[in-house]
Design a protein around this ligand. Structure first.
Ligand code: MTE
Ligand code: CO
Length: 390
């Protein structure tokens, strides 16, 4: 096969000349050959790119960690460029001692490191009424998974002393949208973090630099970025983001509210519409991601025939609660058409539903919390499309 291969017989420039020195790029960036691996926007989804979303290129990634520069962004008023010297975190409301922390103050509290996924409740929201967007970047790319370093919210609330009547916490952002949500005190005292690092370095401005709330397993909207205030109250505030938005309209016209936990979900990232099979028949690697706001993923099943037959996929890499899990299924493709599906099961026993099963309970009016099984059609030429099986 290698006979006469110019990739071997011809001397390349990189083999002939020295390359750039160590000072050429003090903050490194990916190879120019990877320039296509970027977050992407779907222009028609929102009225303008300031209150909008872009999507993680899941199809190009492997393992469970999302590189910082590829984490999807969702802002309601663009990126706030906050000066950390001028940033303050206030705790007020039903507390014994209202407090204000500078960034330097926060650095004196004990820190923890945790890997968590963040999924926007609107992820897969365009797919409620049928297959629409052609690529897992767009159907499932409102999710990222990084290692956060931060202080437990519990420590900060304890420092202020929550009064007996205090049952809810309202985080507020310092951006122009001043994002607010109501979080039950139980969750705030459980595993929430006030985070300042992602994957070891400072949060990116897009992700809330210098401070963001981490609400493990719960919908992304609650993970307030540019966090400047935490108010303790005795009731939920019923903010815009938990009434007119982030509630789930059912078939009978009633809406579910406070649907915080992100349900068990998975998607095959390759093959997928942006990752067709280009090598022809034979040895083929199928891979994807699974996650659950309830805890760890126990098992992922894969079907090549639209859900008639299932095999158990191979989970690989760390299995951490409320984090992405990576799965693989290696098979010999005979060149015939395939209907690829994945089905995740979490450690609590929750099973990812089919889309018809989900619609039977939830109707199709919703935007949020679509965790239905995704189907990719692989044609005999290896081209992949988003389809649905009824
Ligand atoms: N926090 C503030 N202050 N402003 C915002 O617009 N968007 C929310 C949440 N926190 C938002 C915010 C929404 S809807 C989501 S899904 C997540 O942040 C997105 O986090 P990311 O941009 O790191 O992906
Ligand atoms: Co969101």
């Amino acid at each position: 096969r290698a006979e006469g291969d110019p990739a071997i017989t011809e001397i390349q420039d990189w083999n002939r000349y020295s390359g750039p020195g160590v000072d050429a790029s003090p903050y490194g960036k990916p190879s120019d050959f990877e320039a296509h691996v970027v977050r992407r926007n779907v222009a028609w989804l929102t009225a303008d790119p300031v209150s909008s979303v872009n999507f993680t290129p899941l199809h190009e990634l492997d393992g469970i960690i999302t590189p910082n520069g590829l984490c999807f962004e969702r802002h309601h008023a663009g990126v706030a460029e906050v000066d950390p010297q001028k940033h303050r975190l206030m705790i007020n409301g039903l507390v014994d001692t209202p407090l204000v922390f500078t960034m330097a103050d926060l650095m004196r509290f004990p820190r923890e490191n945790h890997v968590y996924f963040l999924e926007c409740a609107a992820n897969s929201g365009m797919e409620w009424r049928g297959a629409q967007l052609n690529g897992c970047q767009y159907t499932h790319g409102m999710v990222h998974c990084v290692m956060y370093t931060g202080v437990k919210l519990k420590h900060l609330l304890e420092e202020a002393g929550v009064k007996t009547a205090g049952k809810w916490v309202m985080p507020e952002g310092a951006d122009a949208s001043a994002m607010t949500r109501s979080i039950p005190l139980e969750k705030a005292l459980d595993d929430c973090l006030v985070a300042f690092k992602m994957n070891g370095e400072a949060l990116r401005p897009e992700q809330g630099y210098p401070l963001r709330l981490v609400v493990p397993g719960w919908e992304g909207n609650m993970w307030v970025k540019w966090l400047r205030r935490l108010e303790v109250g005795d009731e939920p505030w019923h903010a815009r983001e938990e009434t007119s938005k982030y509630t789930d309209l059912l078939a009978d016209g009633k809406a579910r509210r406070f649907t915080w936990v992100m349900d068990v979900k998975s998607v095959i990232t390759s093959p997928s519409p942006q990752m067709p099979i280009t090598h022809g028949k034979g040895r083929t690697v199928l891979t994807g991601l699974a996650w659950s706001g309830t805890g760890r993923i126990a098992r992922v099943d894969v079907s090549l025939d639209g859900g008639r037959n299932w095999v158990t996929a191979r989970l690989d890499g760390p299995s951490l609660p409320k984090a992405l899990h990576r799965f693989y299924h290696e098979f010999d493709w005979d060149g015939s058409e395939l209907f690829l599906q994945s089905r995740a099961i979490d450690e609590a026993g929750f099973v990812q539903p089919t889309k018809p099963e989900l619609r039977a309970v939830r109707g199709a009016n919703s935007i949020y919390h679509n965790n239905g099984i995704q189907t990719w059609h692989v044609a005999t030429d290896g081209v992949v499309e988003n389809v649905e099986i009824s």
